[in-house]
Design a protein around this ligand. Structure first.
Ligand code: SAH
Ligand code: ZN
Ligand code: ZN
Ligand code: ZN
Ligand code: ZN
Length: 457
């Protein structure tokens, strides 16, 4: 199974932090690139930290998108610091959010025939600017409906390593919104979920009882053309950085605060390429902001959250959020070849919802084959059979798993017990020689799947 990058050169193992540089995190005094404070990493070899530590961009894992690099112990001269500051300033968007809001106001005053959108610059154009974009492709007659669905108008930023913008299918998005409303939430902090935000905004005119409000936090600044400063904050979820400074931070705080009986949930669908710990640390900061606003209800309550992520990150997420559990619902995407409905029936999407809400409250659609397991007290996929021995519905991928008495757990249907490896694997696997050493920690005597450094209590 790959990560969201699919064809990228990052293997699933890398995505799960088994190789590649180790993230040490956001540290005070870290230098900044145009994407806010850089993160500290360490080079690793076979799971061990070794060599010098360095800072790199938090948002872009492709050097082509942001090549910021600095050794932790590097002395940076005053001239270079000044040059860097200037570089960071020059790499901010050409219009501020405030300017974009003004431009939008002017844009909607225009007759349809004068409403153009430059596809190359991904920008709404005012008539005075047509000239400058004359040899660019553009769309005409931008309607109000189009302005209310920016995720349809903008092209998805699919560049493999940085934005990985994969948009929900209408089915998944509507399911999420219905679920949120049925659970009684009336405010949604949408972190990297522009399509959910957009669906909420366009439903906002609905009946009072079901009116939901949303604040979008996303690194994609193109959205600032369509939303006011109360509806969108330019935000980096890998370092909890608000590009709009204290004012934007305050907007978010206020949104989390205005509780007048309207319960709030955070929904996030981050790029899948690793850095789970960076995401977790930002989400904990957002949770702390919510807690500080003095919500109602019992103490020690966590901000309700849906974290949408592939099932193979389950143990990583639970490491940081032990109160979370994984739901069987398969989230799918419009522009992801692998994670969407195929022509011949449905493909299985590996993307799931992780939540700190009580699993039994997350009602999954029976018409799509989900059923309620009374023993597990949660909804499960149709193929997910309750295993009497494990006493749990054990399938992770939606297919029916089978119990292996030797492994003492359920395994994928395509696996068989291998007596050489002493565990279940694909029949076509090459037996790992125990003396070759573990792929993760390098020690002999066990293999990667049995590595003690990965096991959780
Ligand atoms: N399925 C969602 C989109 C998820 S794609 C929907 O349909 O609404 C991931 C989203 O995270 C994109 O909107 C992307 O712009 C955003 N994103 C990527 N990197 C980010 C970062 N470092 N900080 C904040 N948002 C980021
Ligand atoms: Zn243009
Ligand atoms: Zn069960
Ligand atoms: Zn079992
Ligand atoms: Zn086995």
């Amino acid at each position: 199974e790959g990560c969201r990058e699919g064809g990228g050169n990052m293997a699933a193992g890398d995505a799960q932090g088994l190789c590649g540089p180790a993230l040490l995190g956001a540290v005070p005094g870290a230098p900044s690139c145009p994407h806010g404070p850089a993160l500290l990493f360490a080079k690793t070899s076979q799971g061990k930290e070794e060599g010098r530590r360095f800072y790199a961009c938090s948002a872009c894992r492709d050097r082509k998108d942001c090549n910021f690099f600095q050794w932790e112990d590097e002395k940076v001269s005053e001239t270079r610091l000044a040059a860097r500051e200037e570089y960071n300033r020059n790499h901010q968007p050409s219009f501020t959010h405030r300017q974009n809001v003004e431009r939008y106001k002017n844009f909607v005053q225009l007759p349809l025939s004068k409403r153009r959108f430059c596809q190359e610059c991904q920008q709404l154009l005012l008539p005075a600017e047509w000239e400058k974009h004359s040899d660019h492709q553009f769309l005409c007659d931008i309607s109000t409906v189009q302005l209310k669905s920016p995720s349809q108008l903008l092209y998805p930023l699919e560049n493999k390593k940085t934005n990985a913008q994969y948009l929900f299918t209408d089915r998944s998005c509507q399911f999420l919104l219905d679920l949120i409303i049925n659970l009684g939430f009336r405010r949604v902090l949408s972190v990297g979920t522009p399509r959910l935000h957009e669906m909420i905004q366009s439903n906002a005119s609905q009946e009072e009882d079901f009116r939901v409000r949303s604040l979008l936090l996303d690194i994609d600044f193109r959205y600032s053309q369509f939303y006011t400063e109360d509806e969108f904050c330019h935000y980096n979820m890998f370092n909890h950085y608000f590009f709009g400074g204290e004012a934007a931070h305050e907007t978010c705080r206020k949104f989390l605060h205005q509780d007048n009986g309207e319960r709030l949930i955070m929904v996030t669908d981050p790029p899948f390429g690793g850095l789970v710990e960076a995401l977790a640390s930002s989400f904990k900061k957002l949770m702390a902001m919510w807690t500080e606003t003095g919500k109602e209800g019992p103490n020690n309550q966590e901000m309700p959250m849906f974290w949408i992520f592939p099932y193979f990150f389950e143990s990583r997420i639970l490491e940081f959020f032990p109160s979370f559990s994984m739901m069987d619902y398969q989230v799918d995407y419009d522009n992801h070849a692998l994670y969407k409905h195929g022509k011949t029936g449905r493909r299985q999407s590996p993307v799931r919802i992780f939540t700190n809400l009580t699993p039994s409250m997350i009602v999954l659609p029976l018409e799509e084959g989900y059923r309620f397991c009374a023993i597990c007290q949660r909804y499960v996929s149709s193929g997910n059979q309750h295993c009497e021995i494990c006493n749990s519905c054990t399938s992770k991928d939606g297919r029916r798993w089978k119990h292996c008495v030797l492994c003492k757990k359920c395994v994928k249907p395509s696996w068989f017990h291998c007596n050489v490896c002493n565990c279940c694997a694909l029949q076509t696997h090459t037996c790992e020689k125990a003396d070759a050493g573990c792929f993760v920690c390098g020690k002999a005597g066990h293999k990667r799947s049995a590595c003690p450094s990965l096991s959780r209590a």
